[in-house]
Design a protein around this ligand. Structure first.
Ligand code: GYE
Length: 343
């Protein structure tokens, strides 16, 4: 009988003590460690995991673009970004995307080195239910549902701006009816930036029978390749009036090749230089008159990408294409942007 009364009493006392220990523990921080870990784990669970396949690190532009995406897709902003650098090789990009698929990332952000050749891997991403956001360059696929959206520049428009600048400059110099010898240093053959800039420039060039395009050479968007190619072209052609160089890094290489041979460039030089990107170093050269014009291509695309992801997370619809804002820089308007340009 005694035993029966004591037993529930004992259980009640033990439960109360346990509660008290837990409350005191909570207040004194005794359980802080396990709970802290739990918080960390659950906040990690809330992070949006993004696989980023960057095509390479071939240019100043690319470095700024990579930094922009890393900054926007930071942990503080709610992301866990896995970045892969493909070193300008399509195979590396395909491998990276496959690895993102097997890691079951929430999104893939992808800057394709060329437009062709990604249909299969993008189909695999779609089948796995992973939305793909194209950044900077785009892809050539029959089924455009293989990607959600493209955030980048209007490359064709950039090419047209280059042609229109040349039209205007020749008119200003009263040279519109003269024969003009042009060299085009192209970026990576088959990339969106090369295709667009070439097409845009050609659209203007074909209106001018006097514009002779002597050569169009692939210099892969790099300084060293452009220096090498420009060296060869200078041995081949003695009367070059204009170099259209599809990015600033190639422009630096081309100018160096000309400088070595005593050829001057820019406003008062032997050869007019039209460049693309508008990084700080090139804008300085525009200011100093060594480059005539720089068609801006804006690499700061991270916030646009993050905004697209935010919309998708909220179930909102997104546009198929987002173009970033860009301008044209000549000596007349470059000074203000020069001081604020961070890349
Ligand atoms: O102009 C060049 C880079 O695709 C817009 O790629 C980009 C181009 C950029 O390597 O510098």
């Amino acid at each position: 009988m005694k035993k029966n009364i004591l037993y529930p009493l004992l259980v009640a006392i033990m439960s109360l003590s346990l509660c008290a220990i837990m409350i005191i523990g909570e207040m004194s921080g005794l359980f802080l460690n396990p709970k802290g870990q739990e918080d960390q784990a659950s906040s990690d669970d809330k992070l949006i995991v993004v696989g980023v396949s960057q095509l390479g690190s071939e240019s100043v532009w690319r470095t700024a673009n990579t930094e922009s995406i890393q900054k926007s897709l930071s942990r503080e902003n709610g992301y866990f970004a896995i970045l892969n650098n493909a070193r300008q090789k399509q195979d590396n990009q395909i491998k990276a995307i496959r690895s993102f698929i097997s890691q079951r990332v929430d999104y893939i952000v992808f800057s394709p080195v060329t437009e062709d050749g990604f249909e299969n891997v993008l189909t695999e991403a779609k089948d796995a239910g992973i939305p793909v956001i194209l950044m900077d360059r785009t892809v050539n696929v029959e089924d455009d549902s293989l990607y959600v959206t493209h955030v980048g520049s209007n490359m064709e428009e950039e090419g047209r701006k280059a042609g229109e600048w040349l039209e205007g400059e020749l008119a200003r110099r009263n040279m519109s009816d003269e024969e003009i010898n042009i060299i085009v240093l192209k970026g990576t053959e088959g990339s969106t930036s090369e295709i667009g800039r070439s097409k845009g420039f050609h659209d203007i060039a074909k209106k001018h029978p006097g514009w002779n395009i002597l050569a169009e050479v692939d210099a892969d968007f790099t300084n060293t390749k452009a220096q090498e190619e420009m060296g060869k072209l200078l041995r081949q052609y003695s009367d070059i009036d204009v170099v259209i160089s599809q990015n600033d890094d190639m422009t630096f290489g081309a100018i160096e090749a000309m400088r070595k041979r005593g050829i001057t460039t820019g406003r008062d030089g032997d050869v007019m230089i039209v460049s693309f990107d508008a990084c700080h170093e090139a804008l300085t050269m525009v200011y100093n008159g060594l480059i005539n014009v720089d068609i801006e291509c804006n690499p700061i695309q991270g916030d646009y990408v993050s905004e697209v992801i935010r919309k998708l997370e909220n179930g909102e619809t997104v546009e198929k294409e987002y173009f970033v804002d860009e301008q044209v820089f000549t000596k007349e308007n470059v000074a203000d942007s020069l001081s604020s340009r961070a890349y």
